[in-house]
Design a protein around this ligand. Structure first.
Ligand SMILES: NC(=O)c1ccc[n+]([C@@H]2O[C@H](COP(=O)([O-])OP(=O)(O)OC[C@H]3O[C@@H](n4cnc5c(N)ncnc54)[C@H](O)[C@@H]3O)[C@@H](O)[C@H]2O)c1
Length: 313
């Protein structure tokens, strides 16, 4: 297996368990760099491409339409061109439930009202369109997963990271940006990967392009996530302050739910509720932060160690 990542967001910490494993090859390179891509595709018997590269920062100073186009759409196009050139037959693509815009509560896999409200979501939807066209013209069989709010090892951004990092810097209170009642499902990456591999291995027949919603079955509002994160860090009861109780920022989706009946019909079960996924992910994120700053990750005192190391940096 070959993994190519430019490490713009990915980290060596998350790659470490795979480094040195027989058959695993890591290339630090950009999918948009033809020589790095050629290096990654040098083998003549590649069974499938799993395309998870993308750029999901859509707010504030991180918002950048050209960057969304490059990292979320152009990476897809570059990979499709390479696959066609080398006659690679199978593509797994990490799309997003964000393609539904604010209509997700009524969306099903069969009828898809798609109205993206962020450049990121538009780039995902454009990627899906090109995947569909390449399926017809180049016979590339594709599995599209519209993911909703991943948490867990390897995920490098999102509400959970924001809350944990804020509490590491100031454990006396948690300031929250955004609308307290925004409700979303939170899916642990382990459950997501189970679903992706199940669909990939069990649905080779039928339509060339298959789209699946992937999300947890339970939902949490922002206030609940804040309380769970604080409790897992041993800070239950600290003040949680909402900086604004206003409509969601541009590009944000106020509430999101998704119908996962298609993936469930293959036998997938989501093993963790949103709450269980968040609880596990808090400790997985703290372990990463401990490693980043060289603090002790001993069970039970990891928060204290990270907190004191973070504040003295
Ligand atoms: N995390 C979520 O909640 C969520 C929800 C819906 C969809 N997704 C999608 O799932 C995928 C994985 O999500 P994630 O949260 O792990 O995101 P992430 O940002 O942590 O991972 C994306 C990876 O792509 C790499 N990358 C970006 N541009 C690249 C380029 N031009 N060349 C090579 N590597 C590049 C980054 O370094 C990073 O390792 C992404 O495509 C994301 O858009 C994630």
């Amino acid at each position: 297996m070959t993994c190519i990542d430019n490490l713009s967001r990915g980290t060596r910490y998350h790659l470490a368990p795979h480094m040195g494993v027989s058959g695993f090859r890591f290339i630090e390179g950009d999918v948009l760099d033809p020589s790095a891509l050629a290096h990654a595709f040098r083998s003549s018997d590649i069974e499938a491409v799993f395309h998870f590269a993308g750029r999901s920062a859509i707010h504030g100073i991180a918002a950048s339409p050209p960057a969304d186009l490059q990292d979320t759409f152009c990476t897809t196009f570059a990979l499709l061109m390479k696959m066609r050139e080398q006659r690679i037959q199978n593509l797994v693509f990490a799309s997003s439930a964000a393609v539904y815009g604010n209509d997700s509560s009524t969306a099903t896999d069969a009828r898809l009202p798609v109205r993206p409200v962020s450049m990121y979501a538009a780039a995902k939807l454009a990627s899906e369109a090109f995947i569909s066209a390449f399926a017809t013209s180049a016979g590339i069989r594709s599995w599209i997963f519209r993911l909703a709010n991943l948490v867990g090892p390897g995920v490098t951004q999102g509400i959970l990271h924001d809350f944990v990092d804020r509490l590491l810097l100031d454990p006396t209170r948690l300031r929250v940006l955004g609308h307290r009642s925004s409700r979303r499902p939170y899916l642990h990456v382990a459950d997501a990967l189970d679903a992706i591999m199940l669909a990939y291995l069990s649905t080779r027949d039928g339509e060339l392009v298959k789209a699946f919603n992937l999300g947890a079955k339970t939902m949490l509002d922002v206030a609940q996530v804040a309380e769970i994160v604080a409790a897992e860090m041993g800070l239950a009861g600290i003040p949680i302050e909402f900086a604004q109780d206003a409509p969601a920022a541009t590009g944000d989706i106020r509430s999101l739910s998704c119908d996962v009946s298609r993936i469930e019909s293959l036998g997938w079960q989501c093993h963790r509720s949103s709450e269980e996924a968040i609880r596990a992910a808090v400790h997985e994120h703290l372990a990463w932060r401990c490693d980043t700053i060289g603090a002790s990750a001993a069970p039970g005192d990891s928060f204290a160690a990270v907190t004191s190391a973070t504040r003295t940096k």
